[in-house]
Design a protein around this ligand. Structure first.
Ligand code: ADP
Ligand code: MG
Length: 477
């Protein structure tokens, strides 16, 4: 099959009245996401598109819907766009009004902070397109007039942000009110694993447009893979902590249930641990995070969604207790270390059934992650690097898209110029800064044990001395 290159909007076979609107907006050339998404979406296919912010995703979903709406009778709400914020809803409405200027298609916005009455009127009148934020839309749907029974096109815009903001349960409730026979378009800057999961249930055989920039972890991060049986993951973590190899760590699990169980197991072993995930209240999360930052806990166990909005200052270790389901999540997780000093360790525990996922991640990274050595077949020992490839210049180095480094020097690895206490307990000005949108403490839903697998109890030998390459104990003391 060959790929058609669309250099001009006029090549896209859009309705002439839409081409006029596009011209009036000053658009000439479709952006890459538009060129790839519009043709299949015009043909009625579901769509899963990821492309960075500012890449033109709005017109990528509006044009194919407007094109299909043009020939249909007015007076019925046939399209619904769900977006996380009222600002975005207003922007989408403005772009729609420009694109549809020479068509009879009309749109209305529905979001909070303004009166319900005009929105109710638009719904009753059957405005062609509703552009809504989830909360206010659900308010309307709880009224007698509120229904989406005639909707044929649904757009979930900025899906990753909606997820971060805790809108997943709302979205599920909204979609339950839309006929199953519909075209669904999902757009997002990134496709984290929760969205990948979501799409399996919400989209039908979607066309995938994947233009999200492939990021790589900061170059100063040492990445290591431990191949370990599922049932040996906890003993391995305990032994890393007990040997001092790992002083403190943010540990990621795939599900809430696994986070709960791991934290419990660590506490039982006398290791201070707490967990944060979507099933914990905001105050529980805040408390856990504060205790970890203050050094009262050595381990914070987290799920991806819970960790996304937080920023723990200059962590020494990130441990993937479970391999993340989506390659992007790997980069996100690993990026939690090496913030300040640009150095850090990312350890990934990989059970045999997770090898396929690991290979996907390595394909994205463009290289193989260093395997920890396994002496006498029982313990996982980290390969002792020879020190020749010591990287002492990574401080403050910009993030690079190059291959992540592994196997840097054995001891303090050029850390001497960094703050000795890793900036946790003496209060650097940027401690606790939050990157990303505030997590509103709503449920992240979905991951409640869904992918849970029973750990296999194989080989119970305790590990000893999982490597003592760290001469100087570090951490928050
Ligand atoms: P995204 O949703 O991907 O973040 P937007 O759809 O908001 O991006 O588009 C970003 C900006 O680019 C907007 O100002 C939009 O008007 C403009 N834009 C979109 N498509 C084109 C195009 N084909 N040519 C020129 N400008 C465009
Ligand atoms: Mg957008």
């Amino acid at each position: 099959m060959f790929k058609v290159q669309f250099n001009l909007f006029s090549q896209l076979d859009l309705h002439p009245d839409l081409l006029r609107g596009i011209g009036a907006l000053g658009f000439e050339t479709p952006t890459p996401v538009q060129a790839q998404a519009i043709p299949p979406a015009m043909a009625g296919r579901d769509l899963l598109a990821s492309a960075s912010t500012g890449s033109g995703k709005t017109a990528a979903f509006l044009l194919p819907i407007l094109h299909q709406l043009i020939g249909m009778p007015r007076g019925t709400t046939r399209a619904l766009v769900v977006t996380p914020t009222r600002e975005l809803a207003a922007q989408i409405a403005a772009e729609l009004n420009s694109l549809a200027r020479f068509t009879p298609i009309r749109a209305a916005t529905i979001y909070g902070g303004v009166g319900m009455a005009p929105q109710e009127k638009a719904l009753r009148r059957g405005v062609d397109v509703i552009i809504a934020t989830p909360g206010r839309l659900l308010d309307h749907l709880s009224r007698p007039y509120g229904n989406l029974d005639s909707v044929e096109f649904v757009v979930l815009d900025e899906a990753d942000r909606m997820l971060d903001m805790g809108f997943l349960p709302d979205i599920k409730r909204i979609l339950a009110r839309v006929p199953a026979r519909r075209q669904t378009l999902l757009l997002s800057a990134t496709i984290p694993s929760e969205i990948a999961d979501l799409t399996r249930r919400m989209l039908k055989d979607p066309v995938r447009v994947d233009l999200a920039p492939r990021s790589a972890p900061a170059s100063g991060i040492t990445q290591t893979v431990y191949t370990v049986a599922q049932g040996e993951k906890t003993p391995l973590l305990v032994s890393l902590l007990e040997s001092g190899e790992v002083q403190d760590a943010l540990v990621f699990t795939r599900t809430r249930r696994r986070a709960d169980r791991l934290a419990k197991q660590l506490v039982k072993q006398g290791l201070g641990a707490e967990r944060i995930h979507g099933g914990r209240s905001q105050s529980q999360r805040t408390k856990a995070l504060a205790a970890f930052r203050a050094g009262r806990l050595r381990v914070l166990v987290a799920t991806d969604v819970a960790a996304r909005g937080i920023d723990v200052e200059a962590l020494g270790h990130v441990i993937n207790y479970d391999v993340p389901g989506a390659p992007d999540d790997y980069v996100h997780r690993v990026g939690r270390t090496a913030r300040a000093e640009q150095t850090g360790d990312a350890l990934t525990f990989v059970s045999p059934d997770e090898l396929g996922t690991l290979h996907d991640i390595e394909r994205m990274l463009g290289n193989k992650i260093t395997r920890a050595e396994k002496p006498n077949g029982s313990g996982a020992r980290r390969t002792q690097p020879n020190g020749h490839n010591e990287d002492s210049t990574s401080n403050g180095a910009p993030r690079s898209n190059g291959a992540p480094q592994s196997n840097r020097g054995p001891s303090n690895r050029g850390r001497s110029s960094g703050p000795p206490n890793r900036g946790r307990s003496s209060g650097p000005p940027n401690r606790g800064r939050s990157s990303g949108p505030p997590n509103r403490g709503k449920s992240e839903g979905g991951d409640h044990g869904r992918q849970e697998r029973a750990p296999k109890a194989e080989g119970t030998s305790r590990r000893r001395g999982v490597g003592s390459r760290r001469g100087t104990p570090r951490g928050r003391r």
